[in-house]
Design a binder for this molecule. Structure first.
Ligand SMILES: [Zn+2]
Length: 275
């Protein structure tokens, strides 16, 4: 289990610590990302794993979009209550700034009413501050968020994670004042690599085992041949047959998991099989 959630400080603050190392490793491998782009992708995916871990309903879904005029052109990622996470980004090496001016948008579907759409301007060059800005402006839930991403000497993922502290509306002033600052949060998060989630939560916040809620997050795309066939049907039989005739097959690409799909005449026959 790589997600730990617990109430701390007399149940006045919700604590979440997530070790996203494995998930991020899988995501980066899918897209062959390294260095700066890997850092942005890893930390955004970690943040989104936190947002997804807050979903209450079983059918909940959340997606994030970052758009900037810097090297990070766009980043799209999504997750669900089961914490199956996926995403992709477009990187423009011609630009000088990593994260330029831009916006962060989140669409959260809790599964029981209309999706909630929230948006905020990005804090230039600062991902964590942007994530916090989103919670303050759009959710009106001030939340302290720190993400981290460390590569090893070989350019692989050494550790990646996120820690978030969200005071509940009735949290007292005294409690708010004892929340760890950014430096302390990062130090706590880094210890997870060596000691694991529970030991760190226990040592830093006095969390007891019986008060912990665990979940498991992973990098997993929900695309499939069957799903894409369903989407293609809406293009129309005549058009699809024409494409097969001209190109030999219908090609589709899933950006999230970087997978190519090809559908031939037999597939089209199946799609439009009459009962
Ligand atoms: Zn996919």
């Amino acid at each position: 289990m790589n997600v730990l959630r617990a109430l701390i400080y007399d149940d006045q603050v919700s604590l979440t610590i997530i070790d996203t190392t494995k998930l991020v490793k899988d995501g980066l491998a899918r897209h062959g990302l390294k260095g700066e782009s890997a850092d942005v992708f890893a930390r955004t995916l970690s943040f989104l794993t936190y947002v997804s871990s807050c979903l209450k309903e079983e059918t909940g879904e959340v997606s994030i979009a970052l758009q900037t005029d810097g090297k990070l052109s766009t980043l799209s990622a999504s997750g669900n209550t089961a914490l199956a996470m996926r995403g992709y980004l477009a990187w423009d090496t011609e630009k000088t700034e990593t994260i330029g001016d831009g916006a962060l948008t989140i669409v959260r579907d809790d599964g029981y009413s209309r999706p909630f759409v929230g948006s905020c301007a990005l804090v230039k060059g600062a991902l964590d501050e942007s994530f916090e800005e989103y919670y303050r402006i759009s959710e009106q839930l001030p939340t302290e968020i720190t993400t981290c991403f460390f590569e090893n000497e070989r350019g692989g993922v050494a550790f990646c994670g996120v820690i978030a502290l969200q005071p509940l509306p009735f949290a007292s002033q005294t409690t708010l004042e004892k929340l760890p600052d950014e430096k302390q949060r990062l130090a706590t998060l880094k210890e997870v690599a060596k000691d694991g989630l529970f030991t760190v939560a226990n040592r830093a916040f006095g969390v007891k085992e019986e008060d912990c809620h665990y979940k498991n997050a992973e990098y997993r795309c929900n695309c499939s041949r069957e799903y894409l066939k369903g989407v293609l049907v809406s293009v129309g039989e005549k058009e699809l047959r024409q494409i097969v005739k001209e190109d030999g097959a219908i090609h589709a690409h899933c950006h999230y998991c970087n997978t190519d799909y090809a559908f031939d005449e037999k597939d089209v026959d199946e799609m439009f099989q009459k009962e």
